[in-house]
Design a protein around this ligand. Structure first.
Ligand code: NAI
Ligand code: 15L
Length: 269
C-alpha cells in the first residue's frame, strides 16, 4: 500500500502522541493533530472531544489514515471509560466509515490480555491469539476496541492494525518493562509498518522492541514489515539492582499486566 500522506493522530497531546508528533514526519507523513486538550504551537491542531460526533467527523475529513491514541490510558470508573474509550472509539470508526477512510492503527494495550500469566523459565512466548483476559475496565475497553475493529473490517471493509502496546516510554523504568518495553523509535517503525502493509484486514500485533527478556511473540508485527531495532537490556543491570528480580510468588509480578492486576494506576482527571 502506498504510504498515506495525511494521517490524523488522535491523542496527540499525550505522552505517546507527543513522541509520535516528533518521530512520524521522518517517514513522510503530514500529521493532523487531535486532542481534547489544546496543542500549543500547531495552529492546525484540532481540539475535539471524541464524544462530539459531528466534530469527530469534521476532524477525519480528507485524511488518508488514522492513528488512534486518544482516550483514558489508565484505570478509571466504568462510566468514564465508557465515554472516552468505548463511545469515543465508536464515534471515530463511524466517522471513518462516513468519510471513506479505510486504514486505522488502533492503540490497544497489553492490558486487554493482562491476566495472561507471564512466561517463566522455558515457557513459550505469549502468542498473539491468546484469549483476551482484560485486567481492568481500561483493558476491557481495549478488548472492545479490537472487536470493534474486527467488526468494521468484516462489515465495512475498514482495515485496522490493533497494536497491543507494551510500555512505550523513552526508557524502561521497571523490571517488568524490560520484557514489554517498546522504544519510541520502534513504536514509530511499527506504526509506519501498520500504515503501509498490504491487506491487513484486522490484524492484532504485539508492540515491543526486540527485548532480550521478551514475554510475547512479535511474529505478526514482523509480518507487517516491522523490524525492531532496540532492546531494553542495557537498562537491566541497573533496574534489577534497584528493584530486584521479579518474584514468582508476588501476584503483581505473575501476569503480563503486572501491577494493573492488583493495584492499577488511576486516571487522575
Ligand atoms: P496519555 O494519557 O498520555 O494520552 C492520551 C491522550 O488522549 C491525552 O492527551 C488525552 O487528553 C486524550 N484524550 C483522552 N480522552 C479524550 C477524548 N474523549 N477525546 C479526545 N482526546 C482524549 O496516554 P499515552 O501513554 O500517550 O497512550 C496513548 C494511547 O496508547 C492510549 O490509548 C493508551 O491506552 C495506549 N497505550 C499506551 C501505552 C504506553 O506505554 N504509553 C501502553 C499501552 C497502550
Ligand atoms: C498501558 O496500557 C498504559 O496506557 C501505560 O501508561 C503503561 O502503564 C503501560 O500500559 C504498561 O503496561 O506499562
Amino acid at each position: 500500500m502506498p504510504a498515506p500522506s495525511t494521517v490524523l493522530l488522535t491523542g496527540a497531546a499525550g505522552g505517546l502522541g507527543t513522541l509520535m508528533q516528533n518521530l512520524l514526519p521522518a517517514f513522510g507523513y503530514e500529521l493532523r493533530l487531535l486532542d481534547l486538550r489544546p496543542i500549543e504551537g500547531d495552529p492546525d491542531a484540532v481540539t475535539v472531544d471524541l464524544a462530539d460526533k459531528d466534530a469527530v467527523r469534521e476532524a477525519v475529513r480528507g485524511v488518508d489514515a488514522i492513528i488512534h491514541l486518544a482516550g483514558i490510558s489508565l484505570e478509571a470508573p466504568f462510566e468514564k471509560i465508557l465515554q472516552a474509550n468505548i463511545v469515543g472509539t465508536y464515534n471515530l470508526y463511524e466517522a471513518a466509515r462516513e468519510e471513506g477512510i479505510t486504514r486505522i492503527v488502533f492503540a490497544s494495550s497489553n492490558h486487554a490480555v493482562g491476566f495472561t500469566p507471564r512466561p517463566q523459565g522455558d515457557d513459550p512466548l505469549i502468542p498473539v491469539d491468546t484469549p483476551r483476559r482484560p485486567d481492568t475496565f481500561y483493558g476491557l475497553s481495549k478488548s472492545f476496541g479490537e472487536d470493534l475493529a474486527q467488526f468494521y473490517w468484516d462489515k465495512h471493509g475498514i482495515e485496522t492494525v490493533s497494536v497491543r502496546i507494551g510500555s512505550c516510554f523513552p526508557e524502561p523504568t521497571s523490571v517488568r518493562m524490560l520484557s514489554v518495553w517498546m522504544s519510541p523509535a520502534d513504536g514509530a517503525r511499527l506504526f509506519h509498518a501498520a500504515l503501509t502493509a498490504e491487506g491487513v484486514g484486522h490484524t492484532v500485533v504485539h508492540g515491543s522492541s526486540a527485548n532480550t527478556r521478551l514475554w510475547w511473540d512479535l511474529t505478526s508485527a514482523r509480518a507487517l514489515g516491522y523490524e525492531p531495532q532496540d532492546d531494553s537490556e542495557p537498562w537491566a543491570e541497573k533496574l534489577i539492582a534497584e528493584q530486584g528480580e521479579l518474584d514468582p510468588d508476588n501476584e503483581a509480578h505473575a501476569y503480563l499486566g503486572g501491577h494493573f492486576v492488583t493495584d492499577p494506576p488511576i486516571w487522575p482527571y
